[in-house]
Write a protein that binds this ligand. Structure first.
Ligand code: SF4
Length: 386
């Protein structure tokens, strides 16, 4: 049986599709995972190295701050040296936006209402159109416009949504529709309510996030609650987990949220028990070691690591490969839900790594054969038609 079919199917909100470089966002595109660099953009070498680490972790889109001319000057080299599309984080200055578009940014994070005169807005929109950039409107509860704060008295969902729609209208009035919107807040309830409200009144793709979520652990929990709620309800086309941690950590957490909801799959998903006195081997240590040793795997695969027979055979039924602690120093290995053989504790790690890598090779070969068959069939149909 396949372990990748989610028990609960999530019906995603129907949004229009835009592109951030080669990555489609919205429509039927998978929810993309983003992060943002924290190096000085002017230090292109360090920024490129950080983006490459995020790429290894599975990032789809990376945002880079462009606070000054030196930063947009460094952007061209950064864009050239990485494989993922780059979003230039601008905020206010229209000239930086134009420079970033010229430097090859795939998307500009700028709120048109903050650019200034209509002439400047026109210039930015023209640069985006000329260079194939999309735009992200990024409303944040912490920097809401004065007139909306006066009107609503506080940054509530109505205010965030109104701000987003005001910015959107400016772009639409310039016949620009390649944009996505975020309405972030550090308060989970406020952010979720604002996104839900926005999702109901427009079909623009939504970039979701809980801003300034906090440290690695607390921020992960907060983001999982906020983003998990939205994604479960079908809201969200691209996401960033905002952590006071390295970008690749944000990417891994983003992927784990998507994997938990069955929205996307990548790499080895380990199902493991918390362990107790019944464990036949050290579950915590084994899981940590296997997580590190198998971090390079990108093909989706499930692996259960369970300390004893209480839950081991049951979990193994639902995973591709299973390991269950047994008595007398030998442990049971399951393949596709069936008990296959036993192994001694000493060889356990190497043996499981080897099994996973072989399974990955087999899955990749199956996939390649399926694609070759489909191509051959398409070719045959084409030849018949000719
Ligand atoms: S599966 Fe076994 S070892 Fe793991 S927590 Fe449950 S009883 Fe303990």
């Amino acid at each position: 049986m396949s372990s990748y079919r989610p028990y609960q199917h999530i019906e995603r909100r129907k949004s229009r599709q835009i592109h951030v470089g080669k990555v489609p966002v919205g429509g039927d595109a998978p929810v993309s995972v983003q992060t943002m660099t924290n190096t000085l953009t002017t230090d292109a070498e360090a920024t490129i190295a950080q983006i490459r680490r995020a790429e290894l972790a599975g990032v789809d889109i990376v945002r880079v701050s462009c606070p000054d001319e030196e930063s947009t000057a460094a952007l061209a080299e950064i864009v050239r040296e990485v494989n993922v599309p780059i979003v230039a984080d601008i905020h206010f200055h229209y000239k930086r936006a134009i420079e970033a578009a010229q430097a090859g940014a795939a998307c500009l994070r700028i709120n048109p209402g903050n650019i200034g005169s209509p002439e400047r807005v026109r210039e930015v929109v023209k640069a985006a159109k000329d260079h194939g950039c999309s735009i992200r409107i990024g409303v944040n509860a912490g920097s809401l416009e004065k007139h909306l704060l006066e009107k609503y008295g506080e940054p509530n969902p109505d205010a965030l949504v109104e701000s987003a729609l005001e910015h959107a209208k400016i772009l639409q009035d310039h016949d620009f529709h390649e944009f996505k919107i975020s309405v972030k807040a550090s308060d989970v309830f406020l952010a979720v309510a604002a996104y839900q409200q926005l999702a109901e009144v427009c079909d623009h793709p939504l970039h979701i996030g809980i801003t300034e979520a906090g440290s690695r652990r607390a921020g992960t929990v907060k983001s999982s609650i906020g983003l998990g709620n939205l994604l479960w309800a079908g809201v969200g086309d691209t996401m960033r987990v905002s952590l006071s941690a390295e970008p690749e950590e944000e990417v891994l957490v983003g992927w784990d949220i998507l994997k938990s909801l069955g929205l996307r799959h990548r790499g080895v998903k380990i199902i493991s028990c918390p362990s107790c006195a019944r464990q036949g081997f050290n579950v915590i240590q084994t899981v940590q070691t296997l997580e590190d040793r198998l971090a390079h795997v990108q093909t989706p695969l499930t692996l259960s690591i369970i300390g004893c027979v209480v839950n081991g055979p049951g979990e193994a039924l639902m995973t591709d490969i299973g390991l269950t602690g047994g008595g007398s120093g030998r442990h049971m290995v399951y393949s596709a839900g069936r008990q296959d053989h036993t192994i001694p504790a000493d060889d356990m790690i190497e043996h499981i790594v080897d099994l996973v890598e072989k399974k990955v090779e087999a899955l990749q070969a199956e996939d390649a054969a399926r694609k070759a068959k489909a191509e051959a069939e398409a070719q045959a149909v084409l030849s018949t038609a000719l």
